[in-house]
Design a protein. Structure first.
Length: 259
């Protein structure tokens, strides 16, 4: 049962995303190459794979003519500029370049969603259960499909305890949770000991427990949003519920425009 909800939601999200974006052939080829290298590595072992890919054997130097990159700051990641992409879309539409119009609008929508995601991060607590937030692990991502597929994640960690707080504006994930909460899918007298129905600030949800991964609380809210609270190395469910109290789900709901 553990992670069933997240896996079902991920599968649904993957179906929504597939076919929505057109990747370059060069990028596809890179993915194929990486997949092939992984298969070879598993079959032959890492050292033999390295020898085949680079022409070197363990203990030998690489070819003198092959240069290795030693500098570079990587890529700068910045949210799309909404206003500039809207202006670009308007211009492209006037020129009847509809494909260009669609791409510009999609980038503008992505910029809006990223802004919403960062505003929600600002409304998340700086610490939970005395665990400080790890700002370097904050994540905001979006599939940019009609404001469905926005995901915001924050990690709290100290010593051997960790909380991962995820807010997903994702209809596929929400449907997976509602399957278990709806009549015919979830029974109050269920004999399975790894999950139970709970109430969180007036919202009904599911609390799961797995010996290896700890507690997972899933709370659907609004029309298409879900909060997932994952707690590792907490003594019991009462500690988990107490740790989740500072999360202001109403502020998050308002930021998402949910009713």
């Amino acid at each position: 049962m553990k992670k069933t909800i997240l896996l079902l939601g991920l599968a649904g999200a993957m179906m929504l995303v597939s076919g929505s974006d057109s990747y370059s052939q060069n990028f596809i080829n890179k993915l194929k190459k990486k997949a092939k290298e992984k298969v070879v590595e598993q079959a032959l072992g890492k050292e033999e794979t390295q020898e085949e890919a680079t022409g070197e054997q363990p203990g030998r130097q690489a070819d003198e003519g092959r240069m290795t990159n030693t500098r570079g700051d990587g890529l700068v990641q910045a949210p799309p500029d909404v206003e500039s992409h809207l202006a670009e879309a308007e211009k492209a539409f006037a020129e009847k370049s509809f494909s260009h119009t669609r791409d510009a609008i999609r980038q503008a929508m992505l910029g809006v969603e990223m802004e919403i995601g960062h505003r929600i991060l600002d409304k998340m607590p700086d610490q939970l259960a005395n665990l400080p937030a790890k700002a370097e692990k904050d994540q905001v991502s979006s599939s940019c499909i009609g404001f469905v597929g926005l995901t915001i994640k924050r990690v709290y960690q100290s010593s051997d305890q960790q909380v991962t707080l995820t807010v997903a504006n994702d209809a596929a994930m929400l449907s997976a949770v509602n399957m278990y909460l709806g009549a015919g899918y979830y029974q109050e007298d269920s004999t399975e000991p790894d999950h139970k129905r709970i109430d969180y600030k007036g919202y009904r949800g599911i609390l799961e427990y797995d010996e290896a991964e700890g507690y997972t609380m899933s709370i659907p809210f609004g029309q298409s949003s879900l909060m997932v609270f994952e707690a590792v190395n907490f003594a019991n469910e009462q500690e988990v519920m107490q740790a989740a109290k500072p999360v202001d789900i109403e502020k998050i709901k308002k930021e998402l425009g949910e009713q």
